[in-house]
Design a protein around this ligand. Structure first.
Ligand SMILES: Cc1cc2nc3c(=O)[nH]c(=O)nc-3n(C[C@H](O)[C@H](O)[C@H](O)COP(=O)(O)OP(=O)(O)OC[C@H]3O[C@@H](n4cnc5c(N)ncnc54)[C@H](O)[C@@H]3O)c2cc1C
Length: 614
């Protein structure tokens, strides 16, 4: 039986709003000049609008898009039925440019709210959101680095849905190793270059949603150094755009093929040939040669956070669907009646193990969401304070830097595991196509692979992020946790969990010192061996911190107002406290075990002879 048509996307707007406003205090942004034009009510209205769009427009296209996928017709990619109409509506409701600055045609909204909008869109239909997300990222890149004339030429059409965007890094032999890029650029005149090469796996690389596609392409100008230092970034439109903004000739960008994939099947993943006929022109971004990697990193960092949010989004709807199923599916009787063969059947939600899975899913969804919004809030504060308080801005920028690989890698790894737990809760019904869980599982796998595999994120964390600003970012991260634990450790009901967090933070620091020792001792292979477990440890400490922050807020409400709260509010706040307790009791202790293993310095995988794997 196939999944019933219609929307299967579920979101918990109450939990999202609690994190955004009550827990993280995003409202403080509206006191700063940069965001003073907005209010909490206006942002809530945008969130409601995004939720309506997600449930009414893109949600119903998620499973049908998965079944139909994209296909090629006459050299052009055709997206699944309904996608063109949804694209038009996306721009009619005007959600796209929410975080783009007002001077470039956007609303200048905070990224903290932008993360929520991304979550709603990705949860409803990850594949559809890829087209919009990449367009947003390319527009943001252009807004930052392109020359004024190029911004005017491309940005308005990217913000009103006439053009879409892509990021073109990968080549058949250059995946994780971007420095191996072979696509070439030969100077023609001014900032215009002839582009030749093949890019593969380009998301939204070709489709039928827009009049034009603006590819942001990394290429090497003739004579430039090897490696990433020699790369430059080019704007390569599929159809040339004249100086006056009208469309010109096709720009010699051809689609060789699209991939058949495990998941996100409605997102076209294309192999693109640039300049097969020697007529592909690209515009050097900002007129600055050899700065391609620095420029592209802006889009990559945005995309890394967005991929983490994709993970949270799919994990959240997988969790809420599994919860709904667990409330309805009757199977077995309560363990309390285990001696009674005639005991009534109960919903599987009553079984301890189902509850354990659901609490783990809830804690991880809500914890990773809080971490992603917190990261975005740091980015908003860094921007808003840049002119008035350079020290504070540097601190916030530093936290964005440190947390980006964490949000990307941990949220995406957990998304797949949470989707797997959802399938498990459905039992056999999760393995077949009657329910959305199997698609969530398939869709979620890509998040740990693209936009830099999660191991590449871990290498970034241990080799660059831990030591950046003389180690101050990491020290600030630990200090915030230490201050939080000190402030609240006397709290009734949460003392043990706060103590566990404090201990885990100290343990994490010992892990970082061990890494430093490996670096100093020239044992680089030992550093790379433990980079991923270290990232996981740091992530779990960070997630435990935000979950306990939320628990402190919830516990405060219960203590002060429990008698006046409605029954469902009491449950809501108790849910926050118990999810944090679960994470501190069952997940956080793994941090200590991992750090002990890191310090012990076992080298088995490195010492294993290649033949020993056989
Ligand atoms: C659906 C989909 C959409 C995509 N969209 C885009 C896009 O829009 N734009 C774009 O440019 N690319 C895109 N990609 C490409 C994606 O970013 C790459 O697949 C990814 O970066 C990994 O590169 P690779 O596949 O070549 O794997 P490889 O680099 O070959 O890596 C294979 C394995 O080896 C590991 N590895 C590689 N190098 C090292 C190292 N130095 N140390 C330790 N381990 C290492 C990796 O972690 C991985 O586990 C997409 C891919 C897919 C599947």
């Amino acid at each position: 039986m196939a999944l019933a048509p219609g929307n299967h996307f579920k979101a918990d707007l109450r939990a999202i709003r609690f994190t955004l406003w009550d827990h993280l205090g995003t409202e403080r942004l509206f006191k700063l000049e940069r965001f003073a034009h907005l209010s909490r009510d206006e942002c809530d209205a945008v969130i409601d609008q995004a939720y309506r769009f997600a449930t009414e427009v893109t949600g119903p296209l998620n499973s049908t898009g998965d079944r139909t996928g994209c296909h090629m017709e006459g050299g052009r990619v055709v997206t699944p039925p309904g996608f063109r109409e949804a694209w038009r509506k996306l721009f009619e409701v005007g959600l796209m440019p929410f975080t783009i600055p007002a001077e470039s045609g956007g609303f200048g909204g905070p990224s903290a709210v932008g993360v929520v909008l991304q979550e709603l869109q990705s949860g409803a239909n990850t594949a559809f959101q890829m087209y919009a997300g990449l367009t947003h990222g390319a527009a943001d890149l252009m807004e930052h680095f392109a020359l004024d004339e190029d911004r005017k030429r491309f940005l308005p059409a990217m913000l009103d849905g006439r053009y879409s965007g892509t990021m073109c890094l990968s080549e058949p032999h250059a995946g994780s190793d971007v420095g191996a890029t072979r696509t070439r650029a030969r100077h023609i005149e001014g900032n215009v270059y002839e582009i030749t090469g093949t890019k593969c796996w380009i998301s939204a690389g070709d489709h039928d949603l827009t009049q034009n596609i603006v590819h942001m392409v990394l290429a090497r100008i003739e004579g430039a150094p090897t490696g990433t230092k020699g790369l430059s970034l080019f704007i390569v439109p599929k159809v040339w755009v004249n100086d006056d903004g009208t469309l010109g000739e096709p720009n010699d960008v051809t689609t060789a093929s699209i991939e058949h994939k495990l998941g996100i099947r409605a997102s076209a993943t294309a192999v693109l040939n640039f300049g097969d006929a020697g007529r592909c022109r690209g515009i050097l971004v900002g007129g600055r040669p050899h700065e391609g990697m620095r420029q592209m990193f802006r889009m990559m960092n945005g995309a890394r956070i967005a991929v983490g949010v994709q993970g949270i989004a799919v994990a959240s709807t997988a969790y809420l669907n599994a919860l709904g199923y667990a409330r309805e599916r009757q199977q077995g009787s309560s363990i309390r009646n285990f001696k009674d063969p005639n005991a009534p059947r109960v919903a599987i939600l009553e079984h301890s193990d189902i509850r354990r899975l659901l609490v783990e899913m809830k804690a991880k969804v809500e914890g990773t969401r809080a971490l992603a919004i917190k990261l975005a809030l740091h980015a908003d504060l860094a921007r808003a304070l840049a002119d008035s308080d350079a020290g504070a801005a540097a601190h916030h920028e530093g936290q964005v830097d440190l947390l980006t690989p964490v949000v990307k890698a941990y949220s995406s790894d957990q998304a797949f595991r949470i989707a797997e737990m959802a399938v498990q809760i459905y039992g056999g019904a999760g393995f077949v196509e009657d329910h959305p869980a199997e698609q969530y599982l398939r869709d979620a796998k890509i998040f740990s692979i693209y936009e830099g595999t999660n191991h590449i994120q871990a290498l970034d964390l241990v080799s660059r992020k831990l030591g950046s600003r003389g180690g101050e970012n990491f020290a600030d991260f630990l200090k915030e946790i230490g201050d939080f634990v000190a402030e609240h450790s006397a709290r009734p009901g949460l003392g043990a969990e706060l103590g566990a967090l404090g201990e885990a933070a100290t343990t994490l620091q010992r892990g970082a010192e061990a890494l430093m020792g490996f670096f100093m001792g020239g044992k680089l292979d030992q550093v790379t061996l433990v980079a991923s477990p270290f990232l996981e440890t740091l992530s779990e400490v960070a997630v435990a911190h935000v979950l306990l922050e939320a628990a402190v807020v919830a516990e405060g409400r219960l203590r002060r107002e429990e008698d006046d709260l409605a029954h469902e509010d009491v449950d809501f706040y108790r849910g926050k406290v118990l999810a944090a307790k679960y994470f501190a009791s069952y997940v956080l202790p793994q941090a200590r075990a991992r750090v002990n293993a890191i310090i012990a310095g076992d080298r088995s995988p490195l010492d294993m002879p290649d033949g020993g794997f056989a």
